[in-house]
Every structure is written in structure tokens, then in C-alpha cells.
Design a protein around this ligand. Structure first.
Ligand code: HAX
Length: 441
């Protein structure tokens, strides 16, 4: 057993004992009351999930095991000569709960490089789809084809003890994270670069190798990938991709099945697909206004037209956050340092000055501030990755780090099958009139 796996086992045993005590001594303590509005409106704010890897504060933003994004940028190991954190380090932090050393990060880079082989039938499955298929569809089909490799599914079929579930989930997690960049790059090169594929370079770190396989060997792009893969990885447990991965995993579906399900959620425009929608929206605005940098009043008019057409302004708003997303700020800082004069970046910043007061004036939008997706596209376009339909795949590769680390914890803690209670509107009406009592099934 590798030393990270051993360390995870020690941590998991400790926490499992604490969780057992917590349930035994305080299991009946109420976390919250649930309102009728919460049941109809997306279960906002109901604390019904446990996720160890990160915690979101509405005003402060995400913290990974207690560390904010600026703190991660200061404290996680970097590539030689680089300034952005290596996502291998963030994965270690999420999995083990401690900051990694340089050696831990190198160990993970090496392990993922060694495990990165993708069998040909995965590429064949992607090839079977029409070239017009969305990259997220190709990506998910690739992940599903790879499910044949699941260590967890094989072990379960052979009849393993439930105490060992975590060990097989750990192996699946490491193998899947190692292989995702290859699958994602294959999708990109197949769809946009005439099927001219680029072989991996096992000497590079995980993000740099991904950039290389996509066809971008620029050092600036590699740094962007390291930052991008770090900040998109996790956003506590209730977002659609994390929650779906966890939910499907609770049926003891393996990591491939669970993660592919999560990716189908990420592919929705109110979640991860918003990153392609933002750049599509900005490019259409620029085209409609005849090119160049629009004025603030032109942007304002375009925003108002979007709203009056019954559409959302992509990249703005959030189900939990109530301030500018620190993931947006991190990308803005990257742009200020590396590409302050980029035209698209300047438009993104003008949109940032224009949109919040308009959304605020609507009176119903709970968070008028930008989220992670409002900035990412402009950075990618700058380095030449202009095929915006691919952007959610990049998000998906990163999201694997958080949701798969969480899946290891789910199995290590022996979390139960997820099965909340549902009721009908007829029942809700009777409840509102005091004619039935809320009670567990
Ligand atoms: N533009 C226009 N209207 C918006 C809006 C926006 N950016 N954000 C919220 N609203 C509207 C909602 O559609 C809702 O309107 P109705 O009552 O008419 O249905 C109202 O304001 C209240 O919504 P809310 O409570 O503020 O927001 P929700 O928690 O329901 O939804 C969303 C959160 C992220 C889905 C929402 O803000 C949105 O649609 N934003 C644009 C899409 C987007 O950027 N999604 C990415 C979010 C981050 C993420 O997951 N990234 O992967």
C-alpha cells in the first residue's frame, strides 16, 4: 500500500470513530427545520449532507479544509519557476486534511502519470459519436466506457467485506483522475484538431501534461491550467455535480458511474455549462455591437435585453454565495498579472462593473455578483483555446479532484444510501392546513 493510502486509512479510522460517537451521543439533535418553500425551491440552506473536503461561506467563499483560495495560492507547492498552486497538492489537502510537502505532490504527479494509460476501446466509444456531439457528451461517454476498469466494481462482484470498500474506491479515484486529462484531450483534438492526437509527456505535472495533450505548450497556459484545475475542484457537497456524484455513489455505484453522473449535472447551463454560456454571450454582444470594446451603456442595454428576453445573465448569481466569488477574483488577479491589456478580459471587467447594479435593481436576485464562470473563458481565449463548447470539460476534469476525494471519504465513513423523503403537493396542502403531521417515512 502506498504511503498516501496508508495515511488516508489512519485519518479515516480516526474520523469514523468520531462520527460513530457523534451519532451515538447527539444523533437526535436537530440541525434545522425545513420549510415548504425550501422543499419546492431547490432545498436551499437545508444542512442535510456531510462533505469533508471543503466548506462554503456565503460571504467569504470557499475554504478547502480551512484554507481560502488566496491561502492556497500562498501555501501549496508550485511547479519549478511557477507561481500557481499544483492541483496535486490541493487533492492531497482535500483527501488527507493536511497541507502537502513538495514530496507528496511529486508522489501524486508520478503516480498519476504511471496510471494514465487509457485503453483504445474508450477512444473507439468516443469515435462512435458524431463529430457534432457536444464535448461533454463525448467526455461522459469516455468515462462510462472506462468503467470496465473499475476496481471497486470487480471487487464488489467478487464479494468484498464492506470494511474494504474505501480501499477499492481509492484505487478507482487515483486511476480515474490519472486518466481524465487523456480522455478530455482526446475529445478536444478529435472535435477541433482533425483527430491529430498528442501523446502524454510523463515528465510533466498533471496540469502541464493536460495542457500539452490539448496542444498548448505555452508556459503561461500551463500556469493557467494549474490555477484553473485548483479553483474549480470543489465547492462543498450540495452543488449539482458534487451532490450527484455523492448520491449515485451512495448506491455503491463505483467511481466511474458516480463521476459520470456528476458530469451530466455539470453539463447543465445553470451549473458548469455557464462557462461556455458566458463567453458565447460576450462574443454575441461584441458581434452585435460591431466589434471592439463596447461602452458601459451599450453593455447595460445588452444586459437589459437579455433579461427582457427571459434569459439569465450567465456567470452572475449563485445559490449560496452572496459576494463576488473568490474564484472570480483569483482569475482576475491572474489576468491583471499576465494579460491586463487583453480586449476580452477588459470587457469581462466592464461587465463586472455593469451587471451587479442591474441585477440588484430587479429586487429578486439574491446574489448579483459574478461566479467562477464569469471570467474563465476570456483567459482561455487569450491563449488560443477559443472552442468554448469545450470549456465545461476543463471544469469537469478539475471537479474530479474534489468529488472523488469525497467519494473516498463516503466509503471510508460508511455513509448510508441517500434516500430523503418526498411528499406530494396534496400532502403539502394538508400539512399547511394542519391536517397531517410531518414525520419520517
Ligand atoms: N440573471 C438573471 N436572473 C437571475 C440571475 C442572473 N444571473 N441569477 C438569479 N436570477 C433570478 C432567478 O432566475 C430567479 O428568478 P425567478 O424567480 O423568476 O425564477 C431569481 O433571480 C431568484 O434566484 P436566486 O435565488 O437569486 O438564484 P438561485 O439560487 O435560484 O439560482 C443560479 C442560482 C446560479 C442558478 C442563478 O443565479 C443563475 O441562473 N445564474 C446564471 C447562470 C450561472 O451563472 N450559473 C453558474 C453558477 C455557478 C456554478 O455552478 N458554476 O458551475
Amino acid at each position: 500500500m502506498g504511503y498516501i493510502k496508508e495515511k488516508f486509512k489512519v485519518k479515516a479510522d480516526e474520523l469514523s470513530a468520531e462520527v460513530k460517537d457523534l451519532i451515538k451521543n447527539h444523533g437526535n439533535k436537530k440541525l434545522d427545520d425545513v420549510t415548504i418553500a425550501q422543499a419546492y425551491q431547490g432545498m436551499r440552506g437545508i444542512p442535510g449532507l456531510v462533505t469533508e473536503t471543503s466548506l462554503l461561506d456565503a460571504n467569504e467563499g470557499i475554504r478547502f479544509r480551512g484554507y481560502s483560495i488566496p491561502e492556497l495560492r500562498d501555501n501549496l507547492p508550485k511547479a519549478p519557476g511557477g507561481a500557481e498552486p499544483l492541483p496535486e497538492g490541493l487533492f492531497y489537502l482535500m483527501l488527507i486534511g493536511e497541507l502537502p510537502t513538495e514530496a507528496d505532490v511529486q508522489y501524486l504527479s508520478g503516480m498519476w502519470a504511471r496510471r494514465s494509460h487509457v485503453p483504445n476501446y474508450v477512444f473507439d466509444a468516443i469515435e462512435a459519436l458524431p463529430i457534432t456531439a457536444h464535448p461533454m457528451t463525448m467526455f461522459t461517454v469516455g468515462i462510462m466506457a472506462l468503467q470496465t476498469e473499475s476496481d471497486f466494481a470487480k471487487a464488489y462482484a467478487e464479494g468484498i467485506n464492506k470494511k474494504d470498500y474505501w480501499s477499492h474506491m481509492y484505487e478507482d479515484t487515483m486511476n480515474l483522475i490519472a486518466r481524465l486529462p487523456r480522455i478530455a484531450a482526446y475529445v478536444y483534438r478529435r472535435k477541433y484538431k482533425e483527430g491529430k492526437h498528442i501523446q502524454p509527456n510523463g515528465m510533466l505535472d498533471w496540469s502541464a501534461n493536460f495542457a500539452h495533450m490539448l496542444g498548448y505548450d505555452d508556459e503561461g497556459f500551463k500556469e493557467l491550467m494549474r490555477l484553473y484545475m485548483t479553483i474549480h475542484s470543489d465547492h462543498e457537497g450540495g452543488n449539482v455535480s458534487a451532490h450527484t456524484t455523492h448520491l449515485v455513489g451512495s448506491a455503491l455505484s463505483d467511481a466511474y458511474l458516480s463521476f459520470a453522473a456528476g458530469m451530466n449535472g455539470l453539463a447543465g447551463p445553470l451549473h458548469g455549462l455557464a462557462n461556455q454560456e458566458v463567453i458565447r454571450w460576450i462574443l454575441s454582444m461584441r458581434e452585435e455591437l460591431g466589434g471592439g470594446i463596447p461602452t458601459k451603456s451599450q453593455i447595460e442595454q445588452y444586459v437589459r435585453k437579455t433579461l427582457s428576453d427571459g434569459k439569465v445573465v450567465p456567470g452572475y448569481g449563485h445559490a449560496v454565495l452572496r459576494k463576488t466569488d473568490p474564484r472570480f477574483t483569483a482569475q482576475m488577479e491572474f489576468a491583471k498579472k499576465h494579460l491586463p491589456d487583453d480586449e476580452l478580459v477588459r470587457i469581462v471587467w466592464m461587465v463586472y462593473e455593469t451587471v451587479p447594479p442591474i441585477l440588484q435593481d430587479l429586487g429578486k436576485v439574491k446574489n448579483p455578483w459574478p461566479n467562477v464562470d464569469a471570467h474563465s473563458g476570456a483567459l482561455l481565449v487569450h491563449y488560443g483555446l477559443v472552442e468554448y463548447e469545450f470549456y465545461t470539460v476543463l471544469f469537469g476534469v478539475s471537479r474530479a479532484l474534489g468529488v472523488l476525494a469525497s467519494l473516498c471519504w463516503d466509503r471510508a465513513l460508511g455513509l448510508s444510501l441517500e434516500r430523503p423523503k418526498s411528499v406530494t403537493t396534496e400532502w403539502m396542502k394538508l400539512f399547511a392546513e394542519g391536517k397531517v403531521e410531518a414525520s419520517a417515512e
